[in-house]
Design a binder for this molecule. Structure first.
Ligand SMILES: NC(=O)c1ccc[n+]([C@@H]2O[C@H](COP(=O)([O-])OP(=O)(O)OC[C@H]3O[C@@H](n4cnc5c(N)ncnc54)[C@H](O)[C@@H]3O)[C@@H](O)[C@H]2O)c1
Length: 321
């Protein structure tokens, strides 16, 4: 089966929080977007809300001049899912995160859409292989996982299912790049990469609260002012290589003694350390960082952290927190 090579017209099924944001991005990128929800009235209310919101974004300089007009011209409300997807090249599914609901909706989408139309689900954690069972021609189906709020968060995970055609991933990736986003292809496992990590952190944070060690507000302050601050610029492996992997291993040993197996040092970390690879300080760590770039990387890091600190001062305290 071949999939469409060019995406012009699009549909978004589920016009809530995520579907609304995805629709704004696609419409701003010049794609006609047909919005579908449980009924026409709901889709129409979403269309009006999304245009008003885009006007506000534009007025605050968060979207370019003319953005709301472009979005308004490209957005339309459909009578039904079938009506929305019938002529679309690309369909984003952003319905509630309930397996039964998604299976039903994906079946309806794939029965009514063109046979070569690409279908991307925005599921947060359900494996694509499980959802693909409901899709007619699953070769054109994949996970396209946007982050919230979609207009402003750069990353989008692309998750091929067991039957996804390579061309479908390529075309979806091109759409994401054209939309100004940064795609990452990841494997089809529950929670993919972003949510598996995010939810691991959330669970441990909740545990700290339950133990009475810190309050939610204290934990949020610690995270956003310390390692979470770094995460705006680097991932855990770059941070680990900069910190020193022997330090990580030693910390895991202490945590393992206190909290048990869930904090035992990862075997691959212990192996790397035994090899003498401790990160930047030994010239080699987990990432393949060019040793000749070490000084430049650290200079960049310091500059970026200082600028990020300044930006946070400029932005001020988040209201309500
Ligand atoms: N909220 C987030 O932070 C976030 C981030 C990334 C991914 N996601 C995922 O995106 C998807 C949507 O989440 P959301 O937060 O936008 O939810 P939401 O509740 O804001 O939106 C869901 C929309 O789907 C509509 N809907 C419900 N049943 C429908 C049906 N049978 N046919 C058509 N439309 C129907 C609802 O009326 C609603 O407008 C979920 O899979 C979620 O896991 C959410």
């Amino acid at each position: 089966m071949t999939v469409t090579a060019n995406i012009s017209t699009t549909a978004v099924v589920g016009s809530g929080y995520m579907g609304g944001g995805i629709a704004q991005v696609l419409a701003l990128g010049g794609h006609p977007v047909r919005l579908a929800d449980i009924d026409r009235e709901t889709a129409e209310r979403a269309r009006i809300r999304l245009i008003r919101q885009a006007e506000d974004f534009e007025a605050r300089g968060l979207m370019p001049v003319g953005a709301a007009d472009t979005i308004g011209k490209n957005l339309s409300a459909a009578d039904s899912i079938e009506d929305a997807v019938v002529g679309a090249d690309y369909i984003a599914e952003a319905a509630p995160e309930t397996l039964r609901v998604k299976l039903d909706i994906l079946q309806r989408i794939s029965q009514s859409a063109r046979i070569d139309a690409i279908i991307g689900t925005n599921t947060s954690a359900i494996p694509i292989g499980e959802l693909a069972a409901a899709v007619v021609n699953p070769e054109r189906f994949l996970g396209v996982h946007w982050m919230n709020p979609a207009p402003f968060i750069p990353g989008v995970e692309l998750i091929p299912g067991p039957n996804t055609a390579p061309e479908a991933i390529d075309v979806a990736e091109a759409l994401i790049v054209k939309s100004g986003k940064i795609p990452a292809r990841v494997a089809d496992t529950p929670g993919f990469v972003a949510n598996r990590l995010q939810f691991a952190l959330y669970k441990e944070a909740m545990r700290i609260v339950e133990e009475g060690t810190a309050t939610p507000a204290q934990i949020d302050a610690v995270v956003s002012n310390s390692f979470g601050f770094r995460l705006a610029l680097f991932g855990p492996f770059a941070i680990g290589d900069m910190a020193g992997l022997d330090v990580y291993e030693a910390a895991y040993r202490t945590l393992e003694t206190a909290y048990g197996d869930r904090f035992s040092p990862p075997e691959s970390l212990t192996r790397i350390i035994k090899n003498g690879d401790l990160g930047l300080k030994s010239g080699r760590g987990i990432l393949d960082i060019d040793a000749a770039e070490t000084e430049a990387l650290l200079a960049y890091r310091d500059h970026a952290y200082a600028r990020l600190s300044q930006l946070r001062v400029e932005l001020g305290k988040a209201p309500g927190l």
